[in-house]
Design a protein around this ligand. Structure first.
Ligand SMILES: Cc1cc2nc3c(=O)[nH]c(=O)nc-3n(C[C@H](O)[C@H](O)[C@H](O)COP(=O)(O)OP(=O)(O)OC[C@H]3O[C@@H](n4cnc5c(N)ncnc54)[C@H](O)[C@@H]3O)c2cc1C
Ligand code: SF4
Length: 330
């Protein structure tokens, strides 16, 4: 049994102070990822700063007509929120596609965004892993990588980010609110996670001690329809092999506005900006969606055993966008 400290601050400022004062401290939210990793010996915090007493659980209107989601809002509460289900169905669907009912009752918005990769080697302290111990190597490249990245990977790491929620937030142009020792700031959610490059141990752009306090969604564009689709080995309780979040506005049978993000393909939610640019003004039909998805996925560099992800992601994107286009003309 490894000893660690445990504190329960009552304000965000106090939590930030505690973390800033101890480089071996970690924020604890629902604990569904962090505690598992502590049991495996992957995480070894000296101090847990439990966020449970912080007033960051509310979901409410944002100033601009959008929605502000507290960092500690539970995944289950967020998925069931009537405003989310009506105005941002992609978000509700992504949350419900993740984990299990029991986990969603505990898991939080911020914890979900910052959960760690499910790469088998990362979770096994007997194995080398550049992300866990920089400079030790990446056995996944030659080993078991069926679930790992085909986009944005490097020779140093081919891990994927496991969050479904993050993929929906990327397609919704969400913003993350942060509080750190030097004050508050915001970050587009698409900038929150990093690609591995030669430093796979650096996974996100939070500064030391920074706390996620909320996530804000802009108001939905007029006429926007959105959806999330996920392919996985089982119908529940499984991470994405590939997933797609899409937001589409169709006017006079043409694409007026589109946002697409892929999950399960990279170390971060993959905003499909090439596909989005190709689709603007194009006929809102299957052939356009297929060509755009193929153009985006031309950058894919599969390994020996994960090439299936490329057609899977393409087909998911074509299906989601075609369904949304069809719903737009009904
Ligand atoms: C069997 C299983 C299946 C799962 N399947 C899926 C799935 O299909 N899809 C999916 O998306 N997820 C899935 N999950 C993951 C689950 O959703 C995450 O474990 C959960 O969302 C993490 O949230 P948490 O609040 O428990 O985070 P914690 O475990 O408490 O924290 C996770 C990380 O975030 C940091 N953190 C937490 N809050 C903050 C904050 N406010 N500011 C800064 N840092 C913070 C912590 O320090 C820690 O590093 C699965 C988990 C399990 C165990
Ligand atoms: S893919 Fe990344 S997380 Fe997995 S073994 Fe390689 S370096 Fe570690």
């Amino acid at each position: 049994m490894r000893e660690f400290g445990y504190l329960r601050p009552t304000s965000a400022a106090e939590a930030v102070q505690l973390l800033a004062a101890d480089g071996g401290a970690r924020y604890l939210a629902g604990g569904t990822n962090l505690v598992d990793l502590m049991k495996l010996g992957v995480e070894r915090p000296r101090l847990l700063v439990d966020l449970g007493r912080l007033p960051l659980r509310d979901i409410g209107p944002a100033g601009d007509g959008g929605l502000r989601i507290g960092a500690l809002a539970r995944n289950a509460d967020l998925a069931a929120d009537p405003r989310v289900r009506t105005a941002y169905p992609v978000l509700s669907q992504a949350l419900l596609a993740g984990a299990s009912g029991q986990l969603r009752n505990v898991a939080t918005t911020a914890g979900n965004l910052l959960q760690r990769t499910r790469c088998l080697y990362f979770q096994d302290t007997a194995k080398p892993c550049n992300k866990r111990r920089p400079g030790t190597g990446c056995p996944a490249r030659e080993g078991v990588h069926r679930d790992l990245a085909v986009l944005g990977a490097s020779e140093h790491c081919v891990a994927t980010h496991p969050s479904d929620l993050a993929v929906a937030l990327a397609a919704l142009d969400a913003t993350v609110e942060l509080l750190g020792p030097d004050g508050a700031r915001t970050l587009p959610v698409t900038d929150l996670h990093r690609l591995p490059g030669d430093r796979p141990d650096l996974e996100h752009r939070l500064l030391p001690g920074e706390l996620i306090t909320a996530v804000t969604l802009p108001p939905p564009a007029p006429g926007a329809r959105s959806a999330y689709r996920k392919a996985r080995d089982r119908a529940s309780y499984a991470f994405a092999l590939a997933s797609v979040a899409a937001v589409l506005v169709v006017r006079e049978a043409r694409v007026e506005r589109v946002r697409i993000a892929f999950g399960g393909l990279a170390a971060k939610p993959w905003r499909a900006r090439t596909a989005e640019a190709m689709l603007l003004g194009a006929p809102a039909e299957e052939a356009s969606f297929r060509a755009a998805a193929e153009a985006e996925l031309a950058a894919a560099r599969p390994l020996r055993d994960n090439g299936h992800k490329v057609p899977l992601a393409r087909n998911l994107a074509v299906r989601v966008l075609s369904d949304l286009a069809l719903a737009s003309v009904r």
